[in-house]
Design a protein. Sequence first.
Length: 418
Amino acid sequence: MTASRRGLLVLAAGTVVVVATFGVSWALAPDTDRLSDAGDPDNTTLLVGVQGPGPNGNVTALDGRGTVEWSLGGIISYQNVQSLDDGTVLATFAAGGYDDCGPYDPPCKRTGVRIIDPVPEPAVVSERSYPVKTRRNSEVHDAEMLPSGNVLVADMEWESIFVYDPESGDREWTWNASDHYEAPPDPRSEDWLHLNDVDYVGDDRFLVSIRNENQLLVVERGEGVVEVINEDGDEDLLNRQHNPHWIGEGAIVVADSENHRVVELHREESTGEWEVAWSVSGVGGIPFDWPRDADRLPNGNTLVTDTRNNRVVELTADGSLVASYDVPSLPYEADKLPHGEQPADTEGLEPYDADATSDRGFFDRKVPILWLVLAGARDVVALPHWVSAVHVLAAAVGAVCWTWGGYLIARARLGGKG
C-alpha cells in the first residue's frame, strides 16, 4: 500500500471516529426542554440570570412551556435575579466598556446591581455599580431586597457583605471576610475566597457562601461568624458550592457545584455536625454538570440551575423530573415566580427524608484531564449538554489521525510516490 493511500485511510478513520461519536450522541441525547404530566405550565414564569460566556449575559423570563416572554442581555454577565413587588427585577451584573473607572484606566469593567423594568420593553431603569481591578472573579454574584427596603449584597471584589439604602446609596452595615479569614495584601488581585452568595435568614443573621473554602457561614450582626458549616473544608460534603437556600433551622439545600450534585444538609442534633441527608446527581437521564442554584419550592419540589447543561429543571424528592427548560449560555440562577426563592422563615418548606439519596453512575463521572479541557471550552462557547469527555477524546483522536494522514499524503507527494 502506498503512503498516499495509507494517509487517506488514516484521514477516513479519524473522520469516522468523530462523526460516529458526535452523531450517535446527538441522536440519542435526552431533550433538555421537557414537561411532564406533573408540570404546571399555565401558572409558571421562570426568571433566569444567565452568565455568558462572552457578551451573552442576559436576564430572561420564560413561560411554563419554555417560551421566552422577554429578555435583556448583551453584557459580560448577569447572575442573581429577584422579582420585586412592583414587577421590576433586581439583578446583579458585570459589564465592560465604562469610562468612569475610578483608580483604573478606562475602559474598565464595573459590577453591581441593576433594576430592570420588563414593561413595555425590558430596559435598565437604574444601576448602582463600581469599577473592579480585574475582569475575572470580581463580580457581585448575589443581591436581594430586604424586608426593610434596603439591599443586601455579596461583594466578591472586596470579599464582604453589606447592606445599603437604595435611595441614598449609603451603606448602613458591612461585614468583611477578613474579620474571619487571613487576607492577602490585596484581595482584589486574586480569587481569594470567592464569596458568591448571601441570604438573610432572620434574627439579624445571614447565610454566606465562601466557595473557595467549601464553607457556609452564619454571620450575625454585632457578633460576626456564629456558625461554620464544613469547618474542615471537606470536599465530600461541599466542593465549591453556590447559592445555598436556608429552608429552616438545621436544614439547607445547596448546589454542590464541583461534586456535580444538589444536596440537602441537616444539622445532626446530638453532635451539631452538618451531614448530607439527601442528594441528587442528575435528572431526566442527564447527569448534572456544575449546578449553581437549588431552591426548595413551596410545592415541595426543588428547582435546579444546571449550568453547563444549559437548563433549569424542577424535580421531586425522589428525583423524578417535573419540568426541564432549555436556557443557553451558562445559566447562573433561576427563580420560579410568583414566589421566587422563599425567605427562610416561610412555612411549608419541609426538609426531605434521608432515604431519598441518589448518586452519579460510574459512566457519568468526570475524567479529570479531559473534563478540564471541556470545562474550559464551555466557558468560551455554549456547547450542547450531551458533549462529554468522550467527545473531547474522540476529537483528539480525530485530530491525531488528520495530522498523521495529512503528513503521509504530503510526504508521498513531495517524494513523488503516490
